[in-house]
Design a protein around this ligand. Structure first.
Ligand code: ZN
Length: 146
């Protein structure tokens, strides 16, 4: 895994990776790491990719992804889903929260019922090119040092 760009890597992959790494930084997460667990894998997809970062003192991790990009994107989903947007609503990556049902974990605040989710309101986030963006037009929260 020393080559800079694996076979099949395109500028769209670059955008997705840039967006994910940027978004992880914007959440305040630190020490992003990713790698693979299966040293004897013969293909990238078999390598059992993982990604992790520290968020508010806790290590957040995704495992068993098919490549580095999927692992890092998985970490973004884990960090974003259920976080609070700058508009004060809860971030969702899905068009309809109903699809999430009662299974969503809101960053240490436990499980929310569908009604609690509806009451809280949600702000849909999606990736546009090389940047994850909210669907609201609330002013960005200034981040010290930027
Ligand atoms: Zn918002």
């Amino acid at each position: 895994m020393t080559s800079a760009q694996p076979d099949g890597w395109t500028p769209a992959h670059d955008e997705a990776l840039i967006a994910s790494v940027d978004m992880i930084g914007r959440t305040g997460a630190r020490q992003l790491q990713f790698g693979f667990a299966n040293d004897s894998a013969e293909t990238v997809a078999e390598a059992d990719w993982w990604a992790s970062a520290y968020y508010r003192g806790a290590r957040i991790m995704v495992q068993h992804e098919t490549d580095a990009l999927a692992a890092v994107a998985g970490l973004v989903r884990k960090l974003l889903q259920g976080a609070y947007c700058k508009c004060g609503r809860v971030v969702t990556l899905y068009e309809h929260w109903a699809t999430v049902g009662n299974k969503e974990v809101l960053h240490g605040r436990g499980f929310w019922s569908k009604q609690e989710q509806v009451n809280a309101g949600s702000c849909r986030w999606s990736r546009r090119g090389a940047r994850w963006e909210s669907s609201c037009d609330a002013d960005p929260i200034p981040i010290p040092g930027r």
